[in-house]
Unconditional design. Structure first.
Length: 436
C-alpha cells in the first residue's frame, strides 16, 4: 500500500515537473533548461523574502520581492508564450542590476551579495545563447569592479543593515550553501539533458547509417534485377524480328516474359512509392470508405495473374464493412499481399481473400497454401532488409513490398501480422478500425 502510494506521488511529481518545465515535443532543450533555471531562481527569491526580512535586511527583502514578481512574469512569458530570447536578456540584466543595488544595502564587500552575483552569473551562462557569452562576462565583470571601486573610494555609501554579527554570518552561510546547491542542481540537470540529447543523436546516427546502407543495397539489387527481364525482352524482340519462333514457342516465351515484366512492374511500383515517401514524407488521407469497393478493383486485376499461373483466387468480403482508411494505401497493401501469395504459391494452388468484422475492427485476410516462409526469415519479414527473392516460377522481388505494407498499416491506425508454416502456406491478417 505504501509502495503504491509512493509510486503515485512519484508519477504526479513527474507530471507536474514536465508541465512546469515543458515537454520535449513542445519546447527546445534550451527553453526547458531556461524554464528550470527560472523555477530554481523563483524558489530562491521567494525563500529569501522572509529570510532577509526577519534577519533585519528589510530593503533586501523588498528587492527580492520585486525580483520574484519580475522573474515569475518572465517565466510565464517563456513557458507559455515561448518568448525565450527576450526573457533571457531581460531577466539576466534585471537580476544583475538588482543585486548591484542590493550590494549597497547589505554590507557591501562584507556582506553576501558578491556570492549572489557569482551564482547569478553561473545561471545566466547556463541559459544564455553562446553568442552572448562575451557580453555577459564583460558586463558582470564591469558591474563587480564598479561596485568594488565605488565602495573603496566612497565607503560612506555602503549601508550595513545587519543587526549583529550573527545575522551577517547566517546570511553569508545561507548564501554560500544556496549557491552550492543551486550550482550543483543546475549543472546536474544540464549534464543529464546533454547526455539524453547525445544518446538520442547517437541512436539517430546509427539508424541513419543503417538506412543509408539499406538504400545502397536496394539500388544495387534493383539495378541487377532489372537487367534480366529487360535483356529477355530485348532478345525476344530480336528473335521476333528474325521470325525464328513457331506458334508454341512464341506462346511459351510470351508467358515467361509476361511473368517477368509483371514482377518487375510490381518492384518498380513499390520502389516509386517508397522513394516518394523518402523525399516528401508520408501523407495519409483517412476517409470513410467501403472495404469491398476499395478491394474489388485490386482483386480483379490480381485474378488475371493468378489465372495465368493456374492458381484459384477466391474472395469473401462483407459488403457492409466501412472503415476510415486511405484508399491508395489500402490498395497497395492488399495488392502486395495477393501478389506475394501468387508468387509463392505453385500452379494448382489456392488463395483466399476475405474481409470480415472482428469487434470494432475490419480484418482482411490473405491466405494461401503455398510454400510458406522459412522460420529463420520470419523475424525480418517486415524490415527494410532488402534482398532478392524468387517465387515458385522464378518471379523476382526485393522484399520492399511487405515493409511498405507494415508501415502503411500503422499509418492507418491498423496492424499487420502473419502466420506461416513451411510447406503448408501463409496467412496475412490486416486489422483496421471500423466506422461504428
Amino acid at each position: 500500500m505504501t509502495f503504491g502510494l509512493f509510486q503515485k506521488i512519484k508519477l504526479h511529481a513527474k507530471q507536474w515537473i514536465s508541465f512546469l518545465i515543458g515537454s520535449r515535443a513542445d519546447l527546445t532543450l534550451e527553453n526547458r533548461i531556461f524554464n528550470s533555471v527560472m523555477l530554481i531562481a523563483l524558489f530562491i527569491m521567494a525563500f529569501n523574502i522572509p529570510f532577509n526580512y526577519f534577519s533585519g535586511l528589510r530593503t533586501t527583502a523588498f528587492i527580492f520581492a520585486f525580483l520574484t514578481l519580475m522573474i515569475g512574469y518572465l517565466y510565464y512569458m517563456t513557458r507559455f508564450k515561448k518568448l525565450v530570447s527576450s526573457s533571457i536578456a531581460i531577466s539576466s540584466f534585471l537580476v544583475i542590476m538588482l543585486f548591484a543595488v542590493n550590494y549597497f544595502f547589505s554590507g557591501g564587500i562584507g556582506g553576501a551579495t558578491f556570492l549572489s552575483l557569482m551564482l547569478a552569473f553561473i545561471l545566466i551562462i547556463i541559459v544564455s545563447p553562446r553568442k552572448f557569452y562575451v557580453l555577459w562576462v564583460v558586463f558582470s565583470l564591469l558591474v563587480a569592479l564598479g561596485l568594488l571601486w565605488a565602495e573603496y573610494y566612497y565607503p560612506d555609501i555602503i549601508y550595513v543593515s545587519y543587526p549583529d554579527r550573527k545575522a551577517l554570518f547566517v546570511d553569508i552561510a545561507f548564501t554560500y550553501g544556496t549557491s552550492i546547491v543551486v550550482s550543483f542542481l543546475s549543472i546536474f540537470y544540464l549534464k543529464e539533458a546533454y547526455n539524453a540529447e547525445k544518446k538520442s543523436a547517437d541512436q539517430k546516427a546509427v539508424e541513419l547509417t543503417r538506412l543509408n546502407e539499406e538504400k545502397l543495397k536496394l539500388f544495387s539489387i534493383i539495378s541487377h534485377d532489372l537487367q534480366a527481364p529487360l535483356s529477355s525482352l530485348h532478345s525476344y524482340i530480336r528473335l521476333i524480328a528474325n521470325d525464328r519462333f513457331n506458334a508454341d514457342e512464341r506462346k511459351q516465351v510470351e508467358r515467361g516474359l509476361a511473368n517477368a515484366l509483371h514482377g518487375t512492374q510490381e518492384m518498380l511500383s513499390n520502389m516509386l512509392v517508397w522513394s516518394q515517401n523518402q523525399l516528401r514524407g508520408t501523407h495519409v488521407a483517412l476517409l470513410p470508405n467501403n472495404i469491398q469497393e476499395v478491394l474489388t478493383p485490386v482483386i480483379d486485376i490480381q485474378k488475371i495473374y493468378a489465372y495465368q499461373k493456374g492458381i484459384e483466387l477466391e474472395t469473401s468480403i462483407d459488403a457492409s464493412l466501412n472503415a476510415l482508411v486511405d484508399r491508395d494505401m489500402l490498395q497497395l497493401i492488399v495488392r502486395n499481399l495477393i501478389n506475394n501469395a501468387i508468387k509463392f504459391t505453385p500452379p494448382g494452388g489456392r488463395i483466399r481473400v476475405s474481409a470480415s468484422r472482428s469487434g470494432t475492427f475490419c480484418e482482411i485476410t490473405v491466405a494461401d497454401n503455398g510454400i510458406g516462409i522459412p522460420e529463420e526469415q520470419q523475424a525480418a519479414l517486415f524490415s527494410l532488409k532488402t534482398r532478392s527473392t524468387y517465387g515458385t516460377n522464378n518471379e523476382r522481388g526485393i522484399g520492399l513490398g511487405l515493409f511498405l505494407c507494415k508501415e502503411y498499416a500503422k499509418e492507418q491506425n491498423g496492424a499487420l501480422s502473419f502466420e506461416s508454416e513451411l510447406g503448408k502456406g501463409t496467412q496475412f491478417y490486416l486489422r483496421l478500425p471500423l466506422i461504428v
